[in-house]
Design a protein around this ligand. Sequence first.
Ligand code: FMN
Length: 155
Amino acid sequence: MNEAQFRHACGQFATGVAVATASDESGAPHGLTINSFTSVSMSPPLVLICIDYRAQVLQVFLRSQHYGVNVLRENQQELSNRFAYRTEDRFSGVEWKRGQTGVPLIEGSLASLECATRQIIEGGDHTILLAEVVGIHTNSGEPLLYFNSRYHRIG
Ligand SMILES: Cc1cc2nc3c(=O)[nH]c(=O)nc-3n(C[C@H](O)[C@H](O)[C@H](O)COP(=O)(O)O)c2cc1C
């Protein structure tokens, strides 16, 4: 098996797209696009996200006790690209508010989860952040999907 085959096989697993967010010590918001979000346990309610150890924002997530997961709507592809590729001012012009835990919540997301980090696990070239969900906010609508390295919509 080579890397391209592994990447291709994993790309066959369709996912949603989310922006994971956290605040730094000064309260400034940070975030990155992820599709590694997974629900893990119902009782207690646990989820995980995986962040590349090369991501600039990883340190913010490691220092913060909480992070947010903002599940994107089908019309939020621009937000996904912004939080994946833009290097500065990712939040400029983005409507967001602070949740009860202080994490940045992106307005208009299909769902936003406020998560308290419980375990930090090394996973090869990624860091796995296992967390307990301590707050949820949901809206109705259709999700943005990611499959085979491209965005898709239901239907
Ligand atoms: C659809 C999509 C899903 C992504 N999923 C992840 C992910 O789960 N974990 C990750 O570390 N990076 C993921 N990325 C890449 C990061 O968004 C990107 O490397 C990150 O914004 C870099 O942040 P930095 O500027 O802080 O280094 C994904 C990108 C896209 C477009």
